[in-house]
Ligand binder design. Structure first.
Ligand code: SAH
Length: 418
């Protein structure tokens, strides 16, 4: 489906100005005059309304590789086409002669792997972070001998087996899971199920990070099983935790709580709405050797914060890392209100002189807007604060310089008044 040869040359009837090549050649998509502003500024995307949408172009099956041309028909590179997506062309290679084959995939994955091997001693990390690693829409998290891939763009979905093969060859992994759970797939019109492409998985996988043992469920868990992106923020918060009573709200499998306990926290209470996630957190605490200092409460986070506050409970270190409250621009105002509310409730259970970390993984809430929402909530709680640190995702989640909006994770650590 993604092979250029699949685009059969149309039998006659070419309207003036239609994009085409020789029979059997790669399809061509062409920018309208003066279109492609972001592309020419370095973004690896062209939008649907920037392309000449003639009859041939409309027939290009999603996931096909096409040559991108400017309005004067000069080649600009190869793009993965999906006219069902607003991002109709994703740049694969600036070389219009490149072959997007197994060797090309292996080359890209090897380049991604080299960075992670430089950054980490153990093979547990985000191995491929989409556009920033030259593999648009493709996410791969690595857990030792297993990889979980999310092919969130049509080209990657169509080539999932080839990508899995390249991962096995380059990274030497045996097990490859295809995770079809990402919201991004809907925007690309992709269907399909989460399934094992190769190897076997025997229960949750142990992952050592920041001195703790986490358990990641690669099959039924959220996201790919673990939030590697928070690793440097877990580490920073852990530094504040010696002897502290810690409250980790939206804990998942104990992201902040277990790092805090490894950092010497006196106790950590993890709150999450998911029982399976908390069961993994408890098991992780046990295997880390600090099970007796860990406790979990399954509850709605807003309810739990309210109840803890009313009961007069106070914690020296509080972390709130909710799911994206503003997943899209349309949800931004409601999302910011929810972040402010979390900040107010969380500040209410933070002890005098304690530390409060507030996170957001919403693309739509930019750093300034999120910070303002947090400050508003803290003020509503009647607290004064210092902002100690503005954390982002770790370096195994690199950013494409031309796509500032793909920077999504924000983790603000405040010290509250004594
Ligand atoms: N802090 C974690 C990642 C959190 S992901 C880490 O560092 O690894 C967000 C978590 O919020 C998920 O585990 C999800 O189950 C939980 N969640 C979502 N909505 C919730 C709610 N209303 N109340 C409690 N937990 C919720």
């Amino acid at each position: 489906m993604s092979e250029p040869d699949d685009i059969s040359p149309d039998a006659g009837g070419d309207a003036e100005g239609e994009t085409h090549g020789a029979p059997g050649a790669r399809p061509v998509v062409r920018l309208k005059p003066r279109a492609g502003r972001r592309f020419f500024a370095g973004a690896p995307w062209v939008y649907q309304d920037e392309l000449v949408l003639d009859r041939r172009t409309r027939k290009i099956p999603p996931g096909s590789v096409a040559e991108l041309q400017d309005a004067e028909r000069r080649p600009l590179g190869l793009v993965a086409v999906n006219l069902e997506s607003g991002i109709a062309g994703r740049l694969l290679d600036r070389d219009p002669q490149a072959e997007i084959d197994g060797a090309w995939l292996r080359g890209r994955i090897a380049r991604a792997l080299a960075l992670r091997e430089r950054l980490f001693e153990a093979p547990f990390y985000r191995l491929v972070h989409a556009e920033a690693d030259g593999l648009p829409g493709l996410i791969v998290d690595r857990f030792g001998d297993a990889c979980v891939m999310q092919p969130n763009a049509a080209w990657a979905d169509a080539r999932a087996d080839e990508i899995a093969q390249a991962l096995r060859e380059v990274a030497g992994v045996g097990t490859v899971m295809l995770n079809a759970g990402s919201r991004a797939r809907g925007l690309e019109g992709l269907q399909g199920e989460t399934r094992l492409l190769s190897g076997a998985l025997d229960g949750p996988v142990e992952v050592s990070m920041n001195g703790a043992v986490y358990l990641a469920d690669l099959v039924g868990g959220q996201k790919t099983g673990l939030y590697f992106d928070q690793r440097p923020n877990h580490a920073f918060v852990a530094r504040l935790c010696r002897g502290a009573r810690v409250l980790d709200v939206f804990s998942h499998v104990g992201g902040f709580a277990l790092a805090a306990l490894a950092g010497g926290a006196a106790s950590a209470l993890a709150v999450d709405g998911s029982e399976p996630a908390l069961a993994l957190a408890s098991e992780g605490a046990k295997r880390s050797g600090f099970g007796e200092r860990f406790s979990a409460r399954r509850a709605d986070a807003f309810d739990a914060l309210g109840e803890l506050g009313e009961a007069g409970e106070r914690f020296d270190v509080v972390i709130c890392d909710p799911p994206a409250f503003a997943p899209a621009k349309s949800a931004l105002q409601n999302g910011l209100r929810a972040y402010a509310r979390i900040a107010r409730l969380a500040a209410g259970v933070t002890a005098p002189g304690g530390y409060l970390t507030l996170c957001s993984c919403s693309h739509a809430a930019d750093p300034a807007a999120f910070r303002a929402a947090c400050v508003r909530g803290i003020e509503q709680a009647g607290r004064e604060a210092q902002l100690l640190r503005f954390g982002e995702a770790g370096p195994d989640h690199p950013e494409h310089p031309g796509l500032p909006e793909t920077s999504y994770l924000k983790a603000l650590t405040f010290r509250l008044d004594g």
